[in-house]
Design a protein around this ligand. Structure first.
Ligand code: AHR
Length: 525
């Protein structure tokens, strides 16, 4: 590229000059510092959240044994197959706000004898309790995941929570274990993660940080896991309620209490809830939006980075060794309810924009992998930024699903620092780095690159070099569509779907054309 073209590229396109072999356009240099590996990207940051809310469980996961929809013991098989492909590391259940009004005994035993209640948090729906402990654990086993159970702190008691843990994890010699066996499961369940309350600063009881801390100490002491197989690395991790967005009071109070704790209680995680809403209440559309809306919401989502940095800095003061992970167990874009739906069911469409937004957040989590070791997108099926939508027997995979599937190789991979500057994408008042990228080395030693070009109007040519690696090829997938607001519908379920993608290799560099508004993941060979 001659210097005049290069200057024009910089001035007009905002792209730093680089060398592209055919000289046809500017390219951006990207460096992967493979010789300075960072933290492991814990697979648990790809966790899901499934609340009793709208069709999140009933219809979305549970159809009942007598349903004409293909199912195994009442759990729909198409959803299970789709989730297995995501290698979902953990699922948070039963809520959300629902968890602090959930009484686990309502959901065990013979289905015809289970209590029918009202889901007061979410649209006043009738809760048949057909999906309870046994069904959730069956679902976890069918998709090959781990259970993240939230106990009721708001309206429950330490006794009720302790008895639930006993029921799930005690051995066959105990009455609790025998009750579980009578309900079909003689072996103790494996409960990998336990949430002690949910949003105790809000729907979970509007507790002051000090009040919550005193509850936390009691619950954390008595929610014992009796499963003798869960020792050492496999031990259950207790996750305390932490901050709401950028409010620091819970972060300070819980971490301070933890630093000065006595032997009888402990936690192994601090939760953060942070949605991308563009203001409250959520009123931004999930369909038929323009570029201004696209740029605004993507800029809003980048606040996640500063948010994590803010809470991490506080945690560092009390926990410099980073023993306690920050668990972003509710995140995602929360948009206006779709017209004609029950507003309490939180139904929204899922666009290419939301896929880009998911990639940007996963990249942020990966860059904070030393502290963020778990996250749960809200929510798994039919609710908020869902992976999957169902309509009776029909099912579709959303653009966000495809990003989670493309990112599977990053699970438990070691992050590798990336240097790149492709200039700024600007629209209206929004200003965003045009290109975002992460890299990682998987457990078998292969390097993976994920690139997101947020600019909808301009592709970016990237020349990537990886320290110490002599690439032969870079192959993978690209996710893009004709419009930023493109969605998958039941009539056109593959409007936004990944396609095969290959970069070229020249002089030891990987040459990648990253289309506008796209997410690319490539395996470097
Ligand atoms: O995900 C929907 C709701 O958002 C959850 O129930 C609650 O925890 C949060 O406010």
């Amino acid at each position: 590229m001659n210097s005049r073209v290069s200057l024009i590229a910089v001035l007009l396109l905002g792209i730093p000059a680089g060398a592209w072999a055919d000289g046809s356009a500017a390219s951006v240099e990207l460096q992967v510092e493979a010789d300075h590996p960072g933290a492991r990207i814990d697979r648990n940051i790809f966790g899901q959240f499934a609340e009793h809310l709208g069709a999140g469980i009933y219809g979305g996961v549970w159809v009942g044994k007598a349903s004409p929809i293909a199912n195994v013991r009442g759990i729909r098989s198409d959803v299970v197959a789709a989730l297995r492909a995501l290698k979902v590391p953990n699922v948070r259940w039963p809520g959300g706000c629902f968890a602090d009004e959930y009484h686990w005994r309502d959901g065990i035993g013979a289905p015809e004898r289970r209590k029918t209640t009202v889901n007061a948090n979410w649209g006043g729906a009738i809760e048949p309790n057909s999906f309870g402990t046994e069904e959730f654990m069956d679902f976890i086993e069918q998709i090959g995941s781990e259970a993240y159970v939230s106990v009721n702190v708001g309206s429950g008691t330490p006794h009720e929570a302790a008895e639930w843990l006993e029921y799930m994890t005690a051995g066959p010699a105990t009455s609790a274990g025998q009750a579980r066996a009578a309900n079909g499961h003689a072996e103790p369940y494996r409960i990998r993660f336990l949430g002690i309350g949910n949003e105790s600063w809000g729907c979970g009881g509007a507790m002051t940080p000090e009040y919550y801390v005193s509850q936390l100490k009691i619950f954390s002491r008595y929610v014992r896991n009796y499963n003798s197989a869960q020792t050492g690395e496999a031990a259950m991790r207790r996750i305390a309620v932490g901050p709401d967005g950028d409010h620091v009071e819970y972060t300070e109070a819980v971490m301070k209490a933890w630093q000065g704790k006595v032997w009888s209680w402990d936690i192994e995680g601090l939760s953060l809830h942070a949605y991308t809403t563009g203001g409250w209440p959520p009123r931004h559309p999930s369909m038929h939006f323009d570029e201004g809306e696209y740029a605004f919401m993507l800029q809003d989502t980048l606040a996640m980075d500063a948010l994590i940095a803010k809470h991490s800095a506080i945690m560092d003061r009390y926990d410099p060794q980073k023993k306690i992970p920050l668990v972003v167990d509710e995140w995602g874009v929360w948009l206006a309810p779709l017209a004609g739906t029950n507003p309490g069911f939180l139904v929204q469409q899922n666009s290419l924009r939301d896929a880009v937004l998911a990639a940007l957040n996963l990249n942020i989590f990966a860059r904070h992998a030393d502290r963020v070791r778990m996250a749960n997108i809200a929510q798994m099926v039919n609710v908020l930024q869902a992976m999957i939508m169902t309509d009776g027997e029909r099912m579709l995979l959303t653009p966000t699903y495809h990003v989670f599937r493309m990112y599977v190789p990053f699970q438990d991979a070691t992050s590798l620092p990336v240097q790149v500057d492709a200039g700024t994408y600007a629209y209206g008042n929004a200003r965003l780095p045009r290109l975002d990228a992460i890299a990682a080395r998987d457990t078998r030693g292969s390097v993976w690159l994920a690139l997101t070009n947020v600019d909808p109007n301009q592709s970016v040519r990237v020349s990537a070099r990886i320290a110490g690696v002599h690439p032969r090829a870079a192959v993978g997938e690209v996710l893009t569509a004709s419009g930023v607001d493109a969605v998958n519908s039941f009539d056109a379920p593959n409007t936004v779907a990944p396609r095969r993608y290959a970069g070229a290799v020249r002089d030891g560099a990987i040459m990648l054309d990253v289309p506008g508004k796209s997410v690319i993941v490539v395996h470097v060979q």
